[in-house]
Write a protein that binds this ligand. Structure first.
Ligand code: COA
Length: 175
């Protein structure tokens, strides 16, 4: 049975991520979509919310399982008995970054096989950062996220972020 892991921060899941998940679902018998920790990122949405968004997105793919994993990616692969690590690529910058990650992951798990799936044109410019930025400024970002979570993101951050954004803007003006 061919099993892969597609990991990310998914803060939040976007149409770009969903494209990769759909492709994994048709290429592999089983797909683990894992929320992992990127130590360089602070997140807007809690793990629970990101799991909710991912589960709603992935419900239509019967061979996709969604989970949160706090440790190293290679440890998740090992515990799941998988060797395939799928990564989505949008551009050359993603490629450079992913190659560095692949180097480290291969040191830790020599049998790992990292598979890059290129992003299609309409999704090339989409990122979770763009979605978060729009939401922070009270704009709708529904066109960049999977159909299943449209309308849910703004509700989630209403109030909470408007205060944060106001605080940040006034700090920017003062400095
Ligand atoms: N595929 C993937 N990402 C896409 C995409 C696509 N088709 N289209 C757009 N993107 C964007 C994402 O939205 C995200 O945007 P953002 O940076 O603006 O938030 C960015 O590309 C990639 O982020 P994401 O897919 O969420 O991955 P990540 O780089 O945050 O994830 C981990 C990295 C979590 C997989 C990695 O840090 C990890 O493996 N952590 C566990 C610890 C570990 O093992 N570290 C490595 C060894 S030290």
């Amino acid at each position: 049975m061919k099993k892969c892991v597609f990991a990310g921060t998914f803060d939040p899941v976007t149409k770009g991520h969903e494209e990769i998940i759909a492709k994994c679902s048709s290429l592999f018998d089983e797909v683990i979509v894992a929320i992992c920790v990127n130590v360089n990122k602070t997140t807007m949405f809690s793990v629970e919310k990101r799991l909710d968004f991912l589960r709603a997105t992935c419900a239509k793919y019967p061979n996709v399982k969604v989970l949160f994993h706090e440790g190293l990616l290679v440890d998740l692969l090992k515990s799941e008995g998988a060797i395939y690590n799928v990564r989505g690529l949008r551009n050359g910058r993603d490629y450079e970054y992913e190659n560095e990650m692949n180097f480290v992951n291969s040191e830790l798990m020599p049998e790992i096989v990292t598979i890059y799936i290129p992003c299609s044109d309409p999704n090339v410019q989409i990122s979770s950062s763009v979605v978060r930025e729009l939401l922070k400024f009270g704009k709708n970002a529904d066109r960049y996220v999977p159909a299943e979570i449209k309308g849910k993101l703004s509700d989630e951050i209403k109030g909470k972020l408007s205060d944060e954004t106001k605080g940040k803007l006034s700090a920017d003006i003062k400095s």
